[in-house]
Design a protein around this ligand. Sequence first.
Ligand code: 5GP
Length: 138
Amino acid sequence: MSTIFSRIAAREIPAVIVAEDDAAVAFMDIAPASRGHVLVIAREAYPDIFSIPPATWLRVMALAQRVAQAIGRSLAPDGINIVQNNGAAAGQTVFHLHVHLIPRWSGDGALALWHPGATAPEQLDGVARQIRAALGDD
Ligand code: 5GP
């Protein structure tokens, strides 16, 4: 599978790359939510969290942590959101797994992630039972 992000990783199209290794590449988001918004991708074009092999995911997250720490040291944000969208319903627009590093400054209003809801404890139990069954840990 070839995507716009694999073409960036292969340097076939330009991007502002900040770090890379044999498994992952970090580059500046072209439409940043805040100053210093970086995307971290796997070199290989797995579409999402459901398809990426665990070892590759760990490599992506290792580079994401390295770059997040560098953002912390260099830009001194008040915080950083790590966002990773899977599926159009979750806001994914590029179907090549990527992790967003979004530096935040108090009161910047850069990102609204969710509105907290309300639920009953028995509903939590029911949903947890479904997830545990799929994990096969029971
Ligand atoms: P998603 O909505 O899929 O989680 O995020 C896709 C992100 O990729 C968006 O933040 C968008 O600005 C960024 N993006 C899309 N096309 C390009 C591109 O060609 N170059 C770069 N650097 N970023 C891109």
